[in-house]
Design a protein around this ligand. Structure first.
Ligand SMILES: [Mn+2]
Length: 334
């Protein structure tokens, strides 16, 4: 059990509190941060939620009064320099805060890591509230609020529900636990419109995204007894489909749904001479060990890394590395 009382004490002795989450934010980071923002404002604290990326359109519903701000040096630097506490949600890696993290460090703002990713022992965080058994950071936010008997407002419940729904693949992934469903019940009681949130987040694909997905499906590769399904996305494919980077979210999850496939692997060519490597496992294989060996990290069954090199070079390296890991884990089972 985490010492939530201590976090409440830290918060109550702070005058200006900055909340943030990782770049290219997802439902867990945004839902967690907005839920806590509403709580802190309800108890009268001065706080702002500032993120480095633009807010993805499908999460506009969490932002009715523009409570989520995209970092802008001219607008935010002075305020951040006066903040005495920063609470960072679901970040996984301090570097994923980009300039927001740099401002936090440059101003020596006390930074708290509030996350269900593994602890990276990053000295830039002064305190860590980490619970790797939590399905979502939003589950931890729920505990944090319940530790002082907060009745979930609709705004808080919308955030928490979005966080848990997105990180559990709508309560289907292997990380889904009893508590996720208990949280869902309480969110329903608070008035959350669950089907509307589902449709807003998942049934809003752009034509470009579907075009790109079609090309991926047509060029899907299998290896390792068809337990591994992999695909790569080049910048040329992105251009042809007129797709944006966030359009690729969920593709690995989709490929993992194929019968017999245990691990889905995506390799995405970035524009800066690196590739993003993304693993999803059904549960037979632990894949964050592979991600770690590539310099990345993540959860047991959902992990990734950024690797330098051309698409072809990274592809052949990662494929052989992945095969080795799968074979090794296979032999451990038998
Ligand atoms: Mn998460």
């Amino acid at each position: 059990m985490l010492d939530w009382k201590s976090l409440h004490n830290t918060i109550n002795s702070s005058a200006k509190i900055l909340l943030s989450t990782h770049e290219n934010p997802d439902g867990d980071g945004l839902g967690s941060a907005t839920a806590v923002l509403h709580y802190l404002r309800d108890i009268g604290l001065d706080c702002r939620l500032i993120i480095i990326s633009d807010l993805p359109k499908e999460y506009d519903f969490l932002n009715p009064d523009n409570i989520i701000e995209t970092y802008n040096p001219g607008v935010h630097d002075e305020w951040i320099s006066q903040a005495d506490l920063a609470i960072i949600f679901d970040v996984g890696d301090f570097n994923r805060l980009r300039e927001v993290g740099e401002k936090i460090s440059a101003n020596s703002v006390k930074a708290i890591n509030f996350d269900h990713h593994p602890d990276l022992n990053d000295k830039r965080f002064s305190e860590n509230y980490i619970q790797m058994t939590a399905a979502a950071t939003g589950e931890m936010v729920y505990d944090f609020l319940k530790s002082v008997n907060v009745n979930l407002s609709l705004a808080m419940a919308n955030g928490i529900y979005t966080a848990v729904m997105t990180d559990t693949g709508s309560f289907c992934y292997s990380n889904t636990n009893q508590k996720c469903h208990q949280i869902a019940i309480e969110c329903l009681e608070a008035g959350v419109n669950t089907s509307q949130i589902y449709q807003t987040v998942y049934e809003n694909r752009t034509p470009g995204q579907v075009e790109l997905l079609a090309e991926i499906i047509n060029n899907l590769n299998y290896s390792d007894n068809k337990e591994l399904a992999w695909f790569s996305i080049s910048q040329e494919m992105m251009k042809n489909a007129n797709a944006s980077k966030k359009d690729i979210d969920g593709f690995s999850d989709f490929v993992r749904t194929i019968q017999g496939v245990e691990v889905a692997l995506m390799i995405f060519e970035n524009t800066n001479g690196t590739c993003r490597v993304n693993f999803r496992s059904k549960g037979k294989y632990i894949i964050n060990t592979i991600a770690k060996s590539l310099g990345g990290g993540g959860h047991k069954f959902a992990a990734g890394a950024i690797k330098k090199g051309s698409l072809n070079d990274v592809l052949s390296d990662v494929l052989s590395e992945t095969s080795n890991y799968l074979i090794k884990q296979d032999s451990n089972f038998s």
